[in-house]
Write a protein that binds this ligand. Structure first.
Ligand code: FES
Length: 81
C-alpha cells in the first residue's frame, strides 16, 4: 500500500513519504529558488530549523510560511516566488 502524500509545488504534483517537510518536497520538485529577496536575489533554506526565514513559501495561500517547519499534507498547494 502506497502511504505517500501527494501535494503540488508550483502546480506540479509531488509525492513524498509521511513526515516530510515542505522544504524537502520543494527540493524534490527540482525547485531551488524558494523566494526572491527585496534586492531580487534568489533565496532558499539556510538553517533548516525555523530561524533564518529564508525558506518562506506560499502554502495553501498563506504567504511567508516557513517550509522547513511545515509538514506536508495531502492536497497541499505550495508556491515559490
Ligand atoms: S531554513 Fe531557516 S527558517 Fe527555514
Amino acid at each position: 500500500m502506497d502511504e505517500s502524500i501527494e501535494l503540488r509545488v508550483n502546480g506540479t504534483p509531488v509525492k513524498v513519504p509521511p513526515g516530510t517537510v515542505v522544504a524537502a518536497a520543494v527540493a524534490r520538485a527540482g525547485v531551488v529558488k524558494f523566494r526572491t529577496s527585496v534586492l531580487a536575489a534568489p533565496r532558499g533554506p539556510l538553517c533548516g530549523m525555523g530561524i533564518c526565514m529564508e525558506c518562506r513559501v506560499i502554502i495553501n495561500g498563506d504567504a511567508h510560511s516557513r517550509s522547513c517547519q511545515t509538514l506536508c499534507a495531502p492536497g497541499m498547494d505550495v508556491w515559490t516566488t
